[in-house]
Design a protein around this ligand. Structure first.
Ligand SMILES: NC(=O)c1ccc[n+]([C@@H]2O[C@H](COP(=O)([O-])OP(=O)(O)OC[C@H]3O[C@@H](n4cnc5c(N)ncnc54)[C@H](O)[C@@H]3O)[C@@H](O)[C@H]2O)c1
Length: 258
């Protein structure tokens, strides 16, 4: 495969230190993009440097704060002379529990992790896209909008879908496309940065395995996807090949529509 779909484009990817975000950022760089890898993890610059021969940089920011989101977008525009594409990868369920077992502060934490970074970066990137007169935002949602053991995360991703549709409608007249994918369960190497920094209890591991069974059984293929199977549709939607697609949430979950 020798595509250069992002040649001359500035691409910002959040959550780029590992997992799906890392895969998206490295492939966008391999296809000619100038890529800012944004993450809370301090090793994100080393990940950006893995894209040998490409123009990349790392930027450390906490995207659960508006200041972090704005700093990241402003840095990308200053470093690379504008922004063409934003891919919002930050997110992920912190805890798996039946809803009645969530403490109120844990509900808030899920919304902060999986909705607010996308809402903040979508707002912070707009001045840069408006200045360009065009642009694309790809949000990484989830099939967990219909799933068990993570209702607050489901709500956050339902919010991401709503942001995608409404923002697309509002900014189409400015040549800005807003789209999303809704990944299903995705196999990944062990996480360098855990979703839950305090670790999972034995009970939480049981609840997690119940969610894994539900997610797997909800697919037609009865298996998880791979990171590459998530990266490809995200970058198709980010590219000009998808120029007539906006406001759509594409399920990428082996038949599970979320
Ligand atoms: N992995 C899956 O099975 C799966 C399934 C459906 C949807 N998704 C979605 O795909 C996206 C990527 O998932 P993943 O499993 O690759 O993620 P991951 O948990 O492996 O990595 C998330 C990255 O985001 C960074 N991050 C977290 N909070 C941050 C913050 N406040 N500010 C800046 N960076 C922050 C982390 O440091 C990490 O590098 C997420 O939005 C997730 O909800 C994943």
């Amino acid at each position: 495969m020798n595509m250069q779909r992002f040649s001359g484009k500035v691409v910002v990817v959040t959550g780029a230190a590992q997992g799906i975000g890392r895969g998206v950022a490295l492939r966008a760089a391999a296809e000619g993009g100038k890529v800012l890898f944004v993450d809370r993890a301090d090793f994100v610059a080393a990940v950006a440097a893995e894209a040998q021969g490409a123009e990349t940089a790392g930027f450390v920011a906490d995207l659960e704060t508006y200041e972090g989101a704005k700093a990241a977008m402003d840095f990308a525009a200053q470093q690379f002379g504008g922004i063409d594409i934003l891919v919002n990868g930050v997110g992920g369920a912190i805890r798996m529990r039946p809803f009645a077992e969530f403490e109120p502060a844990q509900i808030d934490a899920e919304i902060r992790r999986s909705l607010m970074p996308t809402l903040y970066t979508c707002h912070a990137v707009l001045p840069h896209l408006l200045e360009r007169g065009r642009g694309t935002i790809v949000n990484v949602s989830s099939n967990a909008t219909r799933g068990i053991r993570r209702v607050p995360y489901s709500a956050a991703k339902g919010g991401v879908n709503a942001v995608t549709q409404s923002l697309a409608m509002e900014y189409a007249e400015h040549n800005i496309r807003v789209v999303a994918t809704a990944p299903g369960g995705t196999d990944a190497p062990p996480r360098r940065i855990p979703r839950n920094a305090t670790g999972d209890s034995e009970q939480e591991k049981v609840w997690m395995s119940e969610a894994v069974v539900q997610v797997t059984e909800s697919t037609f293929f009865k298996r998880y996807g791979t990171i590459d199977e998530q990266v490809a549709p995200i970058l198709f939607l980010a590219s000009d090949e998808a120029s007539y697609i906006t406001g759509s949430v594409l399920p990428v979950a082996g038949g599970d529509m979320g």
